[in-house]
Design a protein around this ligand. Structure first.
Ligand code: NHR
Ligand code: GAR
Length: 215
């Protein structure tokens, strides 16, 4: 069975959805550890309660991004994971780090990339007046939020939405598609080949658009 390490910075609800999928028998991976860059990340307690090993690599204790990234990479490598899963991880990663984990590092981003890379995606989507928003699971490459797309889920933007309501609607879809993408990887059906996603997934095809329809 393949093993994964999950990186978080805060609440960890995406991490929790992955742990739940494992517990339900829907995701055939071993979660080797959950790592956080913040000692106060709420998700650490959730991981511990689920019996998963945790580590903190506090970015504030390092003089440079490179030094932090080297310590983070060493902590991850100590668990020898097949896949590294960013789940609400809030630090930009250096080219060296990304290169070290090339093809085995994925992220979930709260927008339909390439729209709205970076931060504050829900408010920016509202400000632009888009009618469709969502989330994207992608392989991480040095270009922030521009890696090859694995799967996306779309949600409608509804009159009267604020950023919090829209974020909640998107988050429900994040909790659906991230376990799906990790399962494809775990089953050996998902790879990065020459910078392109190769995915043999049943029904959905590769970079599927999942439109949940309802609000
Ligand atoms: N690193 C690389 N090289 N490439 C990507 O695609 C990455 C990445 C690191 C994180 C997640 C990403 C997101 O899904 C991610 C993708 C943090 C920031 C950011 O600006 C931007 C995008 C993402 C994560 N972080 C600030 C920084 O200076 C700190 C913000 C904070 O601590 O609150 O690192 O959106
Ligand atoms: C999620 O919406 C995730 O997509 C987003 O932060 C939230 C984390 O929630 N990620 C980013 O914005 C990365 N920059 P969680 O901690 O409950 O999973």
């Amino acid at each position: 069975m393949k093993s994964i390490v999950i990186l978080i910075s805060g609440r960890g609800s995406n991490m929790e959805s992955l742990l739940q999928a494992v517990a339900d028998g829907a995701l055939p991976v071993r979660v080797a550890a959950v790592l956080a860059n913040r000692p106060d990340a709420k998700g650490l307690a959730t991981a511990t309660a689920a019996g998963v090993a945790t580590r903190v690599v506090d970015h504030k204790l390092f003089a440079s991004r490179e030094a932090f990234d080297a310590a983070l990479a060493a902590a991850i490598d100590s668990f020898s994971p097949d896949l590294v899963v960013l789940a609400g991880f809030m630090r930009i990663l250096s080219d060296g780090f990304v290169g070290h984990f090339a093809g085995r590092l994925i992220n979930i981003h709260p927008s339909l990339l390439p729209a709205f890379p970076g931060l504050h995606t829900h408010q920016r989507a509202l400000d632009e007046g888009v009618r469709v928003h969502g989330c994207t699971v992608h392989f991480v490459t040095p270009a922030l939020d521009h890696g090859p797309i694995i799967v996306q889920a779309a949600v409608p933007v509804v009159d009267g939405d604020d950023a919090a309501r829209l974020a909640a609607r998107v988050l429900a879809q994040e909790h659906r598609v991230y376990p799906l993408a990790v399962r494809w990887f775990a089953e050996g059906r998902l790879q990065l080949c020459d910078g392109k996603v190769v995915c043999a997934a049943p029904q959905d095809g590769g970079s599927a658009l999942i439109s949940p329809g309802g609000v």
